[in-house]
Design a protein around this ligand. Structure first.
Ligand code: NAD
Ligand code: UD1
Length: 344
């Protein structure tokens, strides 16, 4: 049984990936400092899979603690690195907090991988590296644009750090996965997204408005050059995204990679506007959403969606869930989460 270290594994995407890894027979060791998640997530993973993943509260930026952790877990053969800060707005106000956490954690991991001959890394990147692409759908060979935020820049720099490290020492192999917009929750509603404070992202804002925690959803602009004037994104179900990590880690472990460093887009290949998202959410869940059109959000990309040909062909992966399914699970999770909070 292969042992995979999952940094940031109690977070939103990490927890869903832990479930899929366990389902595929991997032993999962989660290392997370709980800066943006709760240890209770482990109960959800256990209820879904029947297996409780290993867990340690660990800051990947703490080099001594990381060394000690890896000393105690020599069976780790692969790492999926989710741990990072991800709030775009906060990164503009506190750039050094973001550069330190997102880059030092990666450098620490790569150094330890080299020392310990841990050869397989999957890294969480983002479609943010493309900015507003010149051609849509965007392929992996599209130029990486100047980042719109320090957060986005950490993803670009991280990809460069990984590529340069592998160039200097090809004993390591890595895959960077450029996520488009992950949404939804595990169909059981036992795990999901737990945004702290006011959500920045669209779907948590929609579900919180529908349940009454927020008064009104602001649609940021209806004067874009798109069919209905609102921005377009590629929203994929988090469970599909999680499964892509299993495929990527297997590809590395089984030496099926074509290059020592590979990059894949992960999306559905379909662009959906904000107004379409609202209509679909209302229809699928039979709820009515209070929304209003406001001005544009500074820094927003007008439209972006993925060309997923490479991931389809090389990983044999395709986002299998519909937007309707994803939005139904997002709503189920919101209701379950609010009810479980009331019970406490
Ligand atoms: P999340 O905040 O839910 O999960 C990240 C986890 O990492 C959290 O549990 C947090 O406590 C932990 N963490 C942060 N810094 C750490 C550190 N120094 N040491 C140990 N643990 C640490 O975020 P997520 O949505 O699950 O995102 C996972 C990864 O995917 C991140 O790298 C993020 O930048 C990237 N990503 C996310 C999205 C998205 O829309 N959610 C899109 C593109 C890329
Ligand atoms: C944001 C981040 C990006 C990150 C991505 C994935 C910015 C500028 N970019 O992208 O770096 O990789 O999340 O998590 O924040 N919207 C509204 N009202 C809302 C919230 C959002 O209309 O209250 C609209 C936005 O204008 C956008 C769409 O919904 O058109 C999606 O927004 P969001 O969920 O924040 O994701 P991104 O902007 O794609």
């Amino acid at each position: 049984m292969q042992t995979v270290m999952v940094t940031g594994g109690t977070g939103y995407i990490g927890s869903h990936t832990a479930v899929e890894l366990i389902n595929e027979g991997f032993r999962v060791l989660i290392a997370d400092n709980l800066s943006n998640s709760e240890a209770g997530v482990l109960d959800g993973i256990e209820k879904i899979t029947g297996v409780r993943p290993g867990f340690e509260e660990l800051d990947i930026c703490d080099e001594a603690a990381l060394k000690s952790y890896l000393d105690r877990n020599p069976e780790i053969s692969a790492i999926i690195h989710f741990a990072a800060f991800k709030a775009v707005g906060e990164s503009v106000d506190k750039p050094l907090k973001y550069y330190r956490n997102n880059l030092v954690s990666l450098i620490n991991l790569l150094e330890q991988m080299l020392i310990r001959s841990i050869t397989n890394l999957v890294f969480s990147s983002s479609c943010t590296v493309y900015g507003q692409p010149d051609l849509l759908p965007v392929t992996e060979s599209a130029p990486v644009k100047k980042a719109g935020s320090p957060y986005g820049n950490t993803k670009k720099i991280s990809e460069d750090i990984i590529a340069d490290t592998i160039h200097s020492d090809p004993s390591i192999k890595a895959v960077s996965l450029r996520y488009f917009n992950p949404i939804g929750a595990h169909p059981s509603a036992l795990i999901g997204e737990l945004p702290r404070g006011v959500p920045d992202n669209l779907v948590p804002f929609i579900t919180q408005t529908a349940i009454g925690v927020r008064d009104v959803l602001k649609v940021f602009g209806d004067d874009y050059n798109t069919p209905d004037g609102s921005c377009i994104r590629d929203y994929l179900h988090v469970t599909d995204l999680a499964k892509a990590h299993v495929t990527a880690i297997k590809r590395l472990i089984e030496n099926k990679n074509k290059d020592n460093y590979e990059v894949f887009n992960l999306g559905t290949g379909q662009g959906v506007s904000v107004l379409e998202m609202i209509k679909t959410f209302e229809k699928v869940n039979s709820v009515s959403l209070n929304y209003t059109i406001t001005g544009r959000r500074p820094g927003d990309t007008e439209q972006v969606w993925a060309d997923t040909t490479l991931a389809n062909r090389e990983l044999g992966w395709k986002a299998g869930s519909s937007l309707e399914e994803a939005l139904a699970t997002a709503w189920k999770w919101e209701k379950y989460y609010r009810e479980s909070k009331q019970d406490k």
